[in-house]
Write a protein that binds this ligand. Structure first.
Ligand code: IPM
Ligand code: MG
Length: 358
């Protein structure tokens, strides 16, 4: 197959991990007889520096014209003082909205080899950690009105609105149910229905959908309780469906219990097969340029792209198996290092994964 991939190199440590992911894709192309064309695309800090805009229309157009998009991570101290719409993160939000990617899947699955790196007690880890957070990605407080007013007293007041309409809830709710159907058939809707109207509307829509998916065991949980349950008894979860900001917060927590945020990929999809694939971690400015960042989440994001956007299951399996072999061999990066293992840099971890794909 021949595919066009828009590649967003990203900021700070991000180009280091994207480079390794492209080496892995090249290896897949060679091994399975595919051709991947990479289209360099600027978004985030790089685009601000080049064009004064975190996502100019011509760069968004490259993503819309591609078969899929691979991203490292954007942002960094250099752009921190910028006004809200000139920040790297704004480019990411506009990309998600511009591509219509309302459904973000973030797996929290522990690699058994990394159990010692989990901050949870071994007896909790032993029960298993394997769930997916399905996060609504183009609505809620991220995309509601943001405003800072000056009150008559001279004091400032800021407002961020959190709108959700029924169709936005229904389409992500369906993804939640369908994801559960392909797994252990348990779906938990996470919200704050004891306080928020948006959450009460979520529940009403989810109750309507529930009737269409009788094979799925459906439950509901308040987000504060969920944050607690994720560390107390993560084995209870199969699929969590939740709104944009709750999903942002819970997915960082969920990644950490698996041993390292440096291992977790994500997919963002909308109506078609074109998606955006990115690690859930940030651009790691503190370790940029040192060749110590873990490239695995980005490499696994490339694997997700092959599986979900290009229908290349064997190719994705090959990458994931290679990651498993590398962990079996006791090879680690600084973020998930444990006693008795060997700590590699970013490029050396890329080399090890490439070799394990043979
Ligand atoms: C994420 C990130 C982004 C988000 C930031 C960089 C805007 O934290 O993908 O989880 O909040 O969605
Ligand atoms: Mg986040």
């Amino acid at each position: 197959m021949e595919k066009n991939i828009a590649v967003i190199w990203g900021d700070c440590a991000s180009p280091e991990i994207v480079r390794q992911a492209l080496r892995v894709l090249d290896k897949v192309a060679e091994k399975y007889g595919h051709t991947f064309h990479y289209i360099d695309t600027a978004m985030g800090g790089e685009a601000i520096d080049k064009y004064g805009d975190p996502l100019p229309q011509h760069e968004l157009d490259k993503c819309l014209a591609a078969d899929s998009v691979l991203l490292g991570a954007v942002g960094g101290p250099k752009w921190e003082g910028m006004p809200g719409d000139k920040r790297p993160e704004k480019g990411l939000l506009r990309l998600r909205a511009g591509m219509g990617l309302y459904s973000n899947s973030r797996p929290a699955k522990i690699w058994p080899q990394l159990a010692p790196a989990s901050p949870l007690k071994p007896e909790i880890v032993a029960q298993g950690i394997d769930f997916i957070i399905v996060r609504e990605l183009t609505g809620g407080v991220y995309f509601g009105e943001h405003r800072t007013d000056t009150l008559p007293s001279g004091e400032k007041q800021a407002v961020d609105l959190m709108p959700y309409s029924e169709h936005e809830i229904e389409r992500i709710g369906r993804i939640g149910f369908e994801t559960a159907q392909k797994r252990r058939k348990k779906l938990c809707c996470v919200d704050k229905a004891n306080v928020l109207d948006t959450s009460r509307l979520w529940r009403a829509v989810m109750h309507r959908l529930q009737a269409e998916y009788p094979d799925v065991e459906y439950s509901e949980m308040f987000v504060d309780n969920c944050a607690m349950q994720i560390v107390k008894n993560p084995a209870q979860f199969d699929v969590i469906v939740t709104e944009n900001m709750f999903g942002d917060i819970l997915s960082d927590e969920a990644s950490m219990i698996t041993g390292s945020i440096g291992m977790i990929p994500s997919s963002s999809l909308g109506e078609g097969t074109r998606g955006l694939y990115e690690p859930i971690h940030g651009s790691a400015p503190d370790i940029a340029g040192k060749d110590v960042v873990n490239p695995t989440a980005c490499i696994l994001s490339a694997a997700m792209m092959l599986r979900y956007s290009f229908g290349m299951a064997a190719e994705a399996d090959c990458i994931e198996a290679a990651v498993g072999k590398v962990l079996d061999a006791g090879l680690r990066t600084a973020d998930n290092m444990s006693e008795g293992c060997t700590c590699l840099g970013c490029a050396a971890m890329g080399d090890a994964i490439l070799q394990a794909m043979d």
